[in-house]
Design a protein around this ligand. Structure first.
Ligand SMILES: *[C@@H]1O[C@H](CO)[C@@H](O)[C@H](O)[C@H]1NC(C)=O
Ligand SMILES: *[C@@H]1O[C@H](CO)[C@@H](O)[C@H](O)[C@H]1NC(C)=O
Ligand SMILES: *[C@@H]1O[C@H](CO)[C@@H](O)[C@H](O)[C@H]1NC(C)=O
Ligand SMILES: *[C@@H]1O[C@H](CO)[C@@H](O)[C@H](O)[C@H]1NC(C)=O
Ligand SMILES: *[C@@H]1O[C@H](CO)[C@@H](O)[C@H](O)[C@H]1NC(C)=O
Ligand SMILES: *[C@@H]1O[C@H](CO)[C@@H](O)[C@H](O)[C@H]1NC(C)=O
Ligand SMILES: *[C@@H]1O[C@H](CO)[C@@H](O)[C@H](O)[C@H]1NC(C)=O
Length: 926
């Protein structure tokens, strides 16, 4: 380690009277804002018992939105149901007043996108705390909850939390909390540095409950953290005491659970290991870590728990460390570390230890240097008075001068060489100011230039302006000021210390004499009348003209827009239409369809495209007819292009397009009829009388679908990307052969249904959309691979793409995260669809799960191609066939090492005891 790092151990000092130091912190001073809450309302949050209110008192910009109903769940914390978004202005800020300067506070902001704007798009923006950068918020997933927290010392008696638009989407926020902290807590947060939270983990619990207020009187959020089966939980029901002058006051309930390695024999060589990665990697953040350790067992005389703690290769604890029973010990660094690719903490038992190491809780912080000093508070209050008095509509939010990049336009500030920046120049020329010149200008004591020219200011010039010590230029040209110029200003102007401009103020008296105002008044009222009359006449004429024009236009405009193949505006289509004789054979008229479907008698489904009817061609072939009426000309044209394309594509694993129709403003696709319905029906138990698919059937369906997709990607010219791979679009025929449906159709039919979104946004269905595509809007075949991975996981698990959790605070979670989380504990049985009743070859299932997780990798480049997927799935089938299974062979066996052969690859978490502190698909935030 290049920098000398000093570490400090905070040991318990046993005093009997310190029980309950954590005690009942008074909750006065808590500010809990539910951003986007309608009107001036508030409610009591059931889980935290805290009262959340709307932001009326804290901000006056932004608009409220409810998140999309698709993301509303019964277990979602209410503050996520609505957001405030800021499409105007670079920097929008919440201002929380009534802080005490120099006191310590915790501020927490939460974010859940929930497609509130219907754009289904990722967004990245910055957060500032006061005038300092805090964090970059990167929202790439509509149902992911993001929590930002910072502990800081208030530099002034208010704090502003600013959302800064960095050009990567509209900032928004779900909630904002302020919690006063005792100054003695987190001593490393001080007036020159703040602590931004990276992780706060409660080791032990395997459920999803986050501990916060009232269990933690400071309302920190402790996320559950475990690494089953490598770590095991130790708990106690006894109270764990805070030490005297505890600088962390971790609540007992957090410390009452701990983890220790399993099978730690011999104990004196065992270790606990975990790591985190710099985030963002390119910024090389500086980290501080706190380890909270408490002995929870009653140790006998010959038992000893002692371990060394190292960070990467350097000692973190100054020497061997033995946690005290039921006391809140902490080991923490106070010199930040940085410059590493990863940060690995190792707790390693010493040679004399008879017990393995334990850990109860971990906190990791990024150190933020407090570099910006806010503008002088008297200046801030004066400029805010000016802003509100004249209702200045400029991007004037946050601190007026700091940071410089976002300083308010129209003013200059002095540099903060020592102390706070001051406003030195204020230019409000031609800003539509009306009313009198406010005395607040005179409170900008460092003002050198004040330009109020070309406004509609009235009244007299306030004499207090002459008291501004540094004022060198006062420009009042082109207003409606009256009265006489204060003599003190005239004097300064005469002695050359002030440049005073007052021209074009008709009623202003330069020499102190009375002005004749009545004459001017009558003149102006005459002018007003002269102007008003002609305008009214013109308006009446214009209105009449509109009526006349409408009358003549009407018959023409009501004409039905025709869909003419010879449409000269679209020569490409018309020429194809004329030359492609083959195509004509596939064209049906509305009357044909009526006949085929026996007057649209049997409706067999409804979807994004419209209604689906069952029909029968003259030759007896069964078909499905998908109908949609009332489409625009553009949509019809798109459809025609697409239909011509699709009709040429034939493959055993793609649903064939028999023909199409664009008659009577109705579009229709005539498709091969798939008698067994969709894979979705089978997974949901809505087919074959609820009889579940066997593993052999499932894996065959997966393979068929993969081959279909592979053909779209590699066999078609130009290649086709499906964009909406999901079980609904995988159809089964009587032999349970799977075929991909609706390929290319998503492009032709962008329906209004919420599963499909507009051209500039990702197309697809929630739960299946490739997160990378969602972020970048760059569509590749790997996006289909991602969706296919989700489908494959559903085939294995029988779960929906988005699973509702079960715990009291649990949320919806994507099936990929759900499977990852369970498989990291090494247990395949816990994810496999129970309806198969264990009737599958476990190697085959492992391998399929491995393929599925690779397909759903975050990074598209890491996903396999469909060709590779096909090869892997064929091997899964071979494994299943070769197994010659007996139902019980593998049950209870999977913990004794892993199935042999290929299936061992891929799920590295199982092989590795090193656990990421972040954990893929980790604890669910509430
Ligand atoms: C909002 O409610 C508070 C307290 O109930 C009240 O003082 C305030 O005037 C209200 N504001 C508006 C705009 O209704
Ligand atoms: C959000 O939903 C609530 C309750 O359903 C409703 O009162 C409110 O007006 C909605 N807000 C917006 C911005 O649509
Ligand atoms: C935002 O998050 C996405 C998904 O995690 C990631 O791929 C991307 O690089 C991030 N962008 C930035 C600017 O950090
Ligand atoms: C430890 O000892 C105390 C008192 O001696 C007892 O109350 C407690 O239950 C014991 N705890 C365990 C885990 O045995
Ligand atoms: C623990 O640290 C001590 C002192 O720093 C050292 O002597 C000892 O070898 C270390 N033990 C292990 C197991 O690393
Ligand atoms: C281990 O125990 C032995 C005997 O009790 C003692 O001499 C030695 O100093 C201990 N070593 C450490 C590292 O504590
Ligand atoms: C002043 O107000 C008049 C109407 O009252 C308006 O026409 C004019 O544009 C305003 N002048 C300025 C400079 O804003």
């Amino acid at each position: 380690m290049s920098t000398m790092v000093v570490w400090f151990v905070f040991l318990a000092i046993m005093f009997l009277n310190n029980a309950g130091v954590a005690g009942q912190a008074d909750d006065t001073g808590f500010v809990s804002i539910d951003c986007g809450l309608a009107g001036n309302s508030s409610y009591k949050d059931a889980s935290s018992t805290l009262t959340y209110s709307s932001e009326e008192a804290f901000i006056d910009t932004g608009t409220n939105h409810n998140i999309s109903a698709a993301y509303v769940t019964s277990t979602l914390s209410p503050h996520y149901l609505n957001v405030r978004s800021f499409s105007n202005g670079i920097r929008n800020c919440y201002t929380i007043r009534s802080l005490v300067k120099g006191e310590k506070y915790l501020v927490r902001a939460t974010f859940m996108y929930g497609n509130y704007d219907g754009l289904n798009k990722g967004v990245i923006f910055d957060l500032h705390i006061g005038v300092n950068y805090w964090k970059t918020v990167n929202i790439s997933n509509p149902d992911k909850r993001t929590i930002a927290e910072v502990i800081f010392v208030a530099p002034v008696d208010y704090i502003q939390v600013c959302l800064v638009n960095t050009g990567l989407g509209t900032p928004f926020i779900s909630s904002l909390d302020l919690r006063p902290m005792k100054n003695s807590l987190y001593p490393l947060a001080n007036s020159s540095q703040s602590l931004a939270l990276q992780h706060r983990l409660n080791a032990g619990p395997t459920d999803t409950t986050i501990i916060r207020y009232p269990d933690d009187p400071h309302d920190r959020m402790w996320e559950p953290w475990s690494n089953y089966p490598y770590w095991t939980e130790i708990t106690t029901s006894s109270h764990v005491q805070n030490v005297q002058n505890d600088i962390f006051e971790v609540p007992s309930v957090v410390l009452q659970t701990a983890v220790t390695p399993v099978n730690a024999t011999p104990a004196n060589t065992s270790e606990l290991k975990f790591f985190w990665l710099p985030d963002p990697p390119d910024k090389d953040p500086e980290y501080l870590a706190n380890l909270h350790v408490s002995e929870l067992m009653n140790l006998t005389k010959d038992q000893k728990r002692e371990f060394n703690i190292t960070l990467n290769d350097a000692m973190f604890s100054p020497g061997p460390f033995s946690p005290e029973p039921l006391y809140a010990n902490a080991v923490y660094g106070f010199k930040p570390v940085h410059g590493r690719q990863q940060y690995i903490l190792t707790l390693k038992a010493t040679a004399n230890s008879t017990l393995p190491p334990i850990i109860n809780a971990v906190e990791v912080f990024v150190v933020l240097q407090v570099s910006g000093i806010p503008t002088d508070s008297a200046d801030v209050s004066a400029i805010n008075t000016i802003k509100s008095q004249y209702q200045i509509k400029r991007d004037w939010y946050g601190d007026p001068c700091v940071p410089k990049t976002y300083a308010w336009d129209g003013l200059n500030c002095s540099d903060a060489v020592s102390g706070s920046p001051r406003i030195t120049v204020l230019r409000l020329a031609s800003s539509g100011l009306t009313g009198e010149v406010t005395n607040a200008f005179a409170n900008l004591k460092a003002l050198q230039t004040l330009d109020l020219s070309h406004n509609n200011l009235t009244g007299s010039i306030p004499a207090v302006l002459s008291e501004l010590p540094s004022l060198a230029l006062l420009d009042l040209t082109g207003n409606k000021l009256n009265g006489s110029i204060p003599s003190a200003l005239l004097k300064k102007s005469k002695d050359g210390s002030l440049t005073l401009r007052v021209a074009d103020n008709a009623d202003l008296c330069y020499d102190g004499t009375e002005c004749n105002q009545s004459k001017k008044k009558s003149n102006s009222s005459k002018i007003t009348i002269a102007i008003i009359v002609p305008i009214v006449v013109v308006l009446i004429l214009a209105a009449a003209g509109i009526l006349i024009i409408c009358k003549f236009r009407r018959p023409g405009s009501s004409k039905k827009p025709s869909i003419n193949p010879q449409n000269p505006e679209n020569p490409d289509i018309s020429s194809t239409m004329n030359t492609s004789l083959q195509l004509e054979n596939h064209q049906f008229t509305y009357r044909d369809l009526k006949q085929i479907t026996n007057n649209f008698q049997r409706e067999i489904g409804r979807g994004g495209f419209g209604v689906v009817y069952r029909g029968c061609l003259v030759d007896g072939t069964q078909v499905a007819v998908k109908m949609q009426c009332d489409r625009s000309t553009q949509e019809v044209n798109d459809f025609m292009v697409e239909a011509q394309h699709l009709i040429r594509i034939h493959h055993r694993n793609l649903v064939s397009l028999v023909g199409y129709c664009n008659d009577q403003n109705c579009l229709a696709l005539v498709l091969e009829y798939m008698s067994e319905g969709s894979l979705q029906d089978h997974l949901r138990g809505r087919a074959r009388g609820g009889q579940p698919l066997t593993w052999r059937e499932r894996i065959q369906i997966a393979l068929d679908s993969a081959i279909g997709l592979q053909y779209l990607h590699k066999g078609c010219n130009p290649p086709l990307i499906h964009q909406d791979v999901k079980p609904n679009n995988i159809l089964l025929n009587a032999k349970l052969e799977a075929k991909i449906a609706d390929f290319g159709v998503s492009k032709a039919f962008r329906s209004n249904e919420d599963t499909h979104v507009s051209v500039s946004s990702p197309v697809g269905t929630k739960g299946y959309i490739d997160p990378e595509y969602f972020m970048t809007l760059r569509l590749t075949e790997k996006s289909d691979v991602y969706s296919f991975g989700v489908v494959l996981l559903q085939i294995i698990t029988g779960q929906p793409a988005i699973i509702e959790g079960t715990g009291p605070n649990s949320e919806y979670v994507n099936v990929t995260a759900w499977v990852r989380q369970r498989l990291s504990r090494g247990n395949i049985e816990s994810v496999v669809d129970a309806r198969m009743q264990g009737d599958y070859d476990i190697n085959s299932v492992w391998k399929a799960a491995d393929v599925a997780l690779k397909c759903s990798a975050e990074n598209g480049a890491h996903r396999p191609t469909m060709t590779e997927v096909v090869v892997q799935l064929k091997e899964c089938i071979e494994l299943e066939v070769a197994a010659g299974r007996n139902h019980n062979i593998y049950s209870g066996n999977s913990s004794n090492g892993h199935p042999s052969g290929v299936c061992q690859n891929g799920i590295h978490a199982i092989e590795q005891q090193l656990v990421s502190i972040t954990m893929a698909g980790g604890p669910i935030m509430r």
